[in-house]
Design a protein around this ligand. Structure first.
Ligand code: CTP
Length: 407
């Protein structure tokens, strides 16, 4: 690990919370890994930990004030020369100032005066963490590209227990390394609550169109990506309804509606979409179905069956037609070759906000794999590529794009 952050300049911001003592460990680990750590403390932080501790462990003495005699403009100097700014712990007050663009001291001025990546690691009591003001500030910051290492569950100051405790120092340092290496930081499942109170409807799996009571037309969809989406949305605080053709276990916290055919999926989706903030059609809907399924099992003895096909309803297109104002609609396009171009055409034709394209002929991608690689296309022309990663990671990336549109 040491080589990748050797010599990189990290401004370590420490704000006034009890978890400030854990920032000592973060500082020590970064310095051990070879980083050049510049500690910046708020006055309140020094009530919890003495600045001498950080000055002794870091690469430079603590800076606290905008009004330093040695450097008349310390915030721009810090902001310009930093490779990364890491704020741990970040209090509700710090996050509020940062989101509102208020510089009330050296640290807030520095994060506003930088183009370097900024990681914030909130820590506070559960009630504060769950307050809409804090969550909205975090969503604003995340939308602007600030990386959030969310708090963990555990014992809090005063003997309470709950969500709000500073993430583990090892995890914070790993996030810093990932960002400095350009890999980006993946929020651990269930730690970001940016879909609190949102109603998310997801479809998953391939539909089955009966030929007779025992046979059907279907496709290779496993439903794994749709289930991963439902799980990720529930973990991130959403009220989730999952309409699925598979018998995979229900993701914790999600309501599951089991369906079978395109017609039954359409009925369930149209019913629940009317009240949803987000609708994601991850299902692989069969395009054709036998017009009149046989009532009794077909037998070889009757000769080759003459199966007349008809198109199934295009559920996504219908959802696009009916969608309420403000609803975010997402489609998937599994293609073999020219995935992005084909998906772009479907995005327009079906009237969706986002189309998630994957080339299922590539190794490790799509049907029945645990991994996927996609391009997320936006109706605004935006394109985001997600390299081969777990379906959960792809789900989180899709939800990140959706979160940007919800606001
Ligand atoms: N879809 C749908 N209803 C259908 C077919 C597809 O809702 N009858 C949705 C899928 O769930 C997916 C998107 O439309 O989100 C694109 O599906 P895809 O099968 O790639 O597109 P098709 O419309 O079937 O186009 P084509 O057959 O030309 O590939």
């Amino acid at each position: 690990m040491s080589s990748s952050i050797e010599g990189r300049r990290i401004v370590l911001g420490v704000t006034g919370g009890i978890a400030a003592y854990k920032a000592i460990e973060v500082c020590r680990r970064l310095v051990d890994a070879g980083a050049h750590v510049i500690p910046v403390m708020t006055d309140d932080a020094t009530r919890f930990v003495g600045e001498v501790t950080f000055s002794a462990l870091a690469s430079e003495p603590v800076q606290k004030s905008l009004w330093s005699e040695a450097d008349p403009i310390p915030h721009t100097h810090l902001g310009k020369t930093a490779d990364l700014i890491l704020v741990a712990p970040a209090t509700a007050r710090f996050l509020g100032c940062y989101a509102a663009g208020i510089s009330d001291g050296l640290l807030t001025a520095t994060v506003l005066a930088t183009r370097a990546p900024v990681i914030v690691c909130p820590a506070m009591h559960t009630e504060m963490w769950e307050h809409a003001a804090v969550q909205e500030n975090l969503a604003t910051l995340a939308r602007r590209g600030v990386i959030v290492v969310p708090p963990a569950e555990g014992r809090l100051a005063g003997g309470d227990a709950g969500l709000g405790r500073l993430a583990d120092p090892a995890e914070i340092v790993a996030a810093a390394v990932a960002v400095l290496e350009g890999r980006g930081y993946q929020v651990p499942s269930g730690r970001l609550r940016d879909f609190d109170g949102r109603r998310v409807l997801v479809s998953a799996g391939g539909t089955r169109e009966p030929i007779d009571p025992v046979r059907f037309i279907s496709n290779r969809s496993s439903g794994k990506q749709g289930h991963a989406l439902a799980r990720a949305a529930a973990d991130r605080g959403a009220d989730v309804i999952l309409v699925t053709t598979t018998n995979r276990p229900a993701p914790p916290g999600a309501k599951v509606v089991r369906v079978d055919t395109a017609a039954s999926m359409e009925e369930a989706m149209l019913e629940h979409a009317a009240n949803a903030d987000v609708v994601i059609m991850a299902a692989a809907v069969a395009d054709f179905r036998p017009k009149v399924p046989a009532e009794a099992k077909l037998s070889k003895a009757d000769g080759l069956p003459d199966i007349l096909l008809e198109p199934t309803p295009d559920i996504l297109r219908e959802l696009g037609r009916r969608r309420p104002v403000g609803q975010v609609l997402v489609g998937f396009a599994a293609e073999t070759g020219d995935a992005v171009e084909r998906a772009a055409a479907k995005l327009t034709a079906k009237g969706v906000d986002l189309m998630v394209a994957n080339d299922v002929s590539a190794a490790g991608v799509g049907f029945d794999h645990d991994t996927n690689a996609v391009t997320i296309l936006g109706a605004d022309g935006g394109r985001r590529q997600v390299e081969l990663s777990s379906k959960r990671q792809v789900a989180d990336a899709v939800l990140d794009s959706v979160a940007g549109l919800l606001d």
